[in-house]
Ligand binder design. Structure first.
Ligand code: 5AD
Ligand code: SF4
Length: 441
């Protein structure tokens, strides 16, 4: 029985995919192990979204190469780098890669692994499918915890000009709502309390005319699952009905991740985001009108090609206007194949990108602190996810409905339970408080 060790890089979709890979391999009688030391095969499930993600993997491959010297250990590259850098990976003699498999080829992994021993290099399958959704593979080896990720759609048709995803993950396709519901029912029976529905762009979820709001309603009828989250919607044509479903269903959490990317209309147009600053702000107003408590988070890219200081200033103004609860801020990273890489020079100097990212992070820290401090005195329903924190064994950690981290003293309760916590303190990253009561859920 071959022993397989898998490492995952990148987004939650990749985490989910690694569970699919493990399930496929277990079915084919491979043994999955937790350490590289005894592995016969090492799989790296990789990310391509920014260059630093790539570099991390190249570095890792070189380190594994030294470790495996003299042993027959094979290395396989999976995920987005597999599709994006197929040629580079296989033709670079300093990279000891034995096989590669793109995100739609995981059912073929046993073949790719077995082919190795006979023929050596050049084993790859990076074909992107219009249909593969792995609807027939329910991951059976998920890490135990309170939240389970579940991909409800794969691929992306938006072609934002900076983004490699449409090239590495192919065209959009959605899983049948019944199939998603069945997996969620199974997750409930396994003890999970929360599911997070994943898609590159969930508001284009569509299965034979049934949309994402329909899917959310269906999933919210599953007993045992108490919280439903999803990520990520696109700000263009955000359906009002989706907002109503979030507001109407207590299990659907009051949190929307709404990637802004940039605050200037010329840059948004160059990014092919298909909304303007004004349209984004109207959507935020609409969301807050339906629920003033909605937690809003975002992604922002600084230093997109040709972005001037004044245009960056528009992003600053948008942040001031919206006051996000939190934000992921990235420096633009040119990705091969993308429209931006082909058409626009990556001409904002690195030092300028650094200055802009530092500035936005400072602003965001202030906003996060302000918005978190506004919760002091409130009582939040918290789902306990860890019976310690990184810093202390005396504290438990959980999340409130808006997905904010809440820290409170250890007590007679456990992971997976809901407690009411009275918030007494806040930092930009966490809320702190004390448990008032344990909830029956
Ligand atoms: N450069 C920098 N950030 C990027 N993202 C996607 N592609 C790039 C890129 N080429 C960011 C976007 C997206 C998040 C997942 O990653 O902000 O929303
Ligand atoms: Fe990339 Fe845009 Fe698709 Fe998101 S919506 S995955 S940023 S192309």
């Amino acid at each position: 029985m071959k022993k397989i060790y898998i490492e995952t890089y990148g987004c939650q979709m990749n985490e989910y995919d690694s569970e699919i890979v493990k399930t496929v391999l277990k079915k084919s009688n491979y043994e999955l192990i937790d350490s590289l030391d005894d592995a016969d095969v090492v799989l790296l499930n990789t990310c391509s979204v920014r260059d630093n993600a790539n570099r991390k993997v190249y570095g890792r491959i070189h380190r594994i190469k030294h470790q495996r010297n003299g042993r027959g250990m094979k290395i396989g590259v999976l995920g987005c780098m597999a599709t994006n850098f197929r040629k580079k990976l296989l033709e670079n003699p300093s990279l000891p890669i034995d096989f590669i498999a793109g995100p739609d080829s995981y059912k073929r992994l046993p073949e790719l692994i077995e082919g190795l021993d006979n023929e050596g290099k050049d084993h790859f399958d990076v074909t992107l499918s219009e249909f593969e959704t792995y609807a027939d593979v329910y991951p059976t080896s998920r890490e135990k915890g309170v939240n389970a990720w579940i991909a409800v759609m794969r691929g992306c048709n938006n072609f934002c000009t900076f983004c490699v995803v449409p090239y590495t993950r192919g065209r959009e396709r959605s899983r049948a709502p019944e199939n998603v519901k069945e997996e969620v029912e199974w997750l409930a029976s396994e003890g999970f309390r929360q599911v997070t529905l994943l898609g590159q762009n969930v508001n284009s979820y569509n299965y034979e005319g049934r949309d994402f709001a329909y899917l959310l309603e269906m999933v919210s009828r599953v007993d045992g699952i108490e919280r439903i989250r999803f990520t990520a919607p696109h700000p263009k044509d955000f359906p009002r009905r989706l907002l109503q479903v979030i507001a109407a269903h207590p299990k659907v959490c009051n949190q929307v991740h709404l990637p802004l990317q940039a605050g200037n209309d010329r840059i948004l147009d160059m990014m092919n985001r298909t909304y303007t600053q004004k349209e984004y702000l109207l959507l935020v107003d609409e969301i807050r009108e339906i629920n003033p408590e909605m937690v809003l988070t975002t992604d922002i890219i600084v230093g997109f090609p040709t972005e001037t200081d004044a245009e960056f200033g528009d992003t600053v103004r948008m942040m001031e206007e919206v006051e996000f609860d939190s934000a992921f801020i990235f420096k633009y990273s040119e990705r091969p194949q993308t429209v931006a890489a082909r058409k626009f020079p990556d001409d904002v100097p690195e030092a300028e990108k650094t200055e802009r990212i530092v500035r936005l992070n400072e602003i965001q820290r202030e906003h996060s602190l302000k918005r978190n401090r506004a919760h002091i005195g409130e009582v939040h329903e918290v789902l306990i996810d860890e019976e310690n924190t990184k810093k202390s064994d005396e504290h438990f950690k959980g999340r409130n409905d808006g997905n904010k981290i809440v820290i409170f003293s250890k007590g007679n309760y456990r992971q997976g339970q809901f407690v009411d916590v009275k918030i007494s303190d806040a930092t930009p990253n966490v809320l702190r408080g004390e448990v008032e009561r344990v909830l029956e859920k």
